[in-house]
Design a protein around this ligand. Structure first.
Ligand code: SF4
Length: 185
């Protein structure tokens, strides 16, 4: 299986999640957010196709990392390949964070047609969801570009069928966010 990447793996990031992380920059994004910092990652035909086994090998060789962060691009456009990589990351006892332009609720609906989405999310510890909205851009929100984006505890959210944001990353005024319930069918 292959994954389309925008760049080489980027170890030692301290801005793409908690701790020291290796970022996997996926290629291809359908969201076209105004003010996106990575417009070169939008094209689904660009970047490079890399064998998932090669990505796993590279991850195995990188030392002193707390986890892996899937970014892009939108990793949820390649859930099958991301699933295989995420499974391996867990075998190495590292955590998995993932950025997506889809909301959690949208992903749950999409998962009805493609179960790999749900399977991948089961290996994701923290999901940062939603498009980047330029009008809501903020430097005060941890690890995110705009205030609408949520840092979601995926495991708890899947268990309870309700989006659970991770409070320690939220500003006080954001703790009052109301999260819609969604249904599994
Ligand atoms: S989801 Fe991310 S990569 Fe895609 S357009 Fe929005 S900000 Fe850019």
């Amino acid at each position: 299986m292959k994954i389309r990447l925008a760049a080489e793996l980027q170890p030692d990031s301290i801005v793409d999640g908690a701790g020291i992380r290796t970022v996997i920059w996926t290629q291809g994004c359908p969201h076209h957010c105004k003010g996106c910092h990575n417009p070169s990652t939008h094209d689904f035909q660009s970047g490079m196709l890399v064998d998932v086994e090669e990505v796993k090998k590279q991850i195995q060789q990188i030392r002193y990392q707390d986890g892996i962060t899937f970014s892009g691009g939108d990793p949820l456009c390649q859930p099958e390949a991301c699933l295989e990589i995420a499974k391996y990351v867990k075998e190495l006892n590292m955590d998995v964070w993932c950025y997506t332009g889809y909301t959690f609720e949208q992903l749950m609906i999409m998962a009805h047609k493609n179960n790999s989405i749900l399977e991948f999310l089961k290996y994701v510890d923290v999901l940062i969801d939603g498009k980047f909205i330029l009008e809501e851009k903020s430097l005060d929100v941890a690890f995110r570009g705009s205030k609408n984006q949520r840092m979601i505890d995926v495991s708890k959210s899947l268990k309870t069928n309700q989006v659970k944001v991770i409070k320690k990353y939220e500003k006080k005024e954001q703790n009052t966010l109301v999260h819609e319930k969604y249904l599994f069918i």
